[in-house]
Design a protein around this ligand. Structure first.
Ligand SMILES: [Zn+2]
Length: 132
């Protein structure tokens, strides 16, 4: 199955199984909760498991670096590598987040495939000028 087909099928099945959170209010609160759960799972990976750690400091670039070169000097501040267990937990939380993202799109009649496509085109067009 092609990736755009998977996204379409995913959005359809979310619509079929979503019974309890049909209200936009329920959906918004579950969506927000799922974001917090993704962040918490990453924090727990650092504080409980320890397979990764966060080591952050001030960003430093050479004075003469171009905008295009800046990416080379950016650091994620993540050290180490996710263990299998933490990878599984975080991926489940991200999946749950995607579920409520698709549910929000269903309620407001957004097509996820179109959103992915237009965001891809926007990033592709802006390229290095996108400063996020
Ligand atoms: Zn771990």
């Amino acid at each position: 199955m092609k990736s755009d087909e998977v996204i379409g099928e995913f959005q359809d099945i979310v619509s079929e199984v979503l019974i309890r959170h049909r209200s936009i209010l329920d959906c918004l609160s579950k969506h927000q909760e799922s974001t917090a759960r993704v962040n918490r799972s990453i924090i727990k990976t650092v504080t409980d498991c320890g397979c990764i750690s966060i080591n952050a400091g001030k960003r430093q670039f050479p004075q003469d670096s171009t905008l295009k070169d800046c990416g080379k000097y950016m650091d994620s501040h993540v050290k180490g590598k996710l263990c299998e267990h933490c990878r599984e937990v975080i991926s489940e939380e991200i999946g749950n987040h995607l579920f409520y993202m698709a549910a929000l799109c269903n309620i407001l009649n957004f097509d996820l495939k179109e959103l992915f496509g237009s965001e891809y085109n926007r990033i592709n067009t802006l390229g290095h000028f996108m400063l996020s």
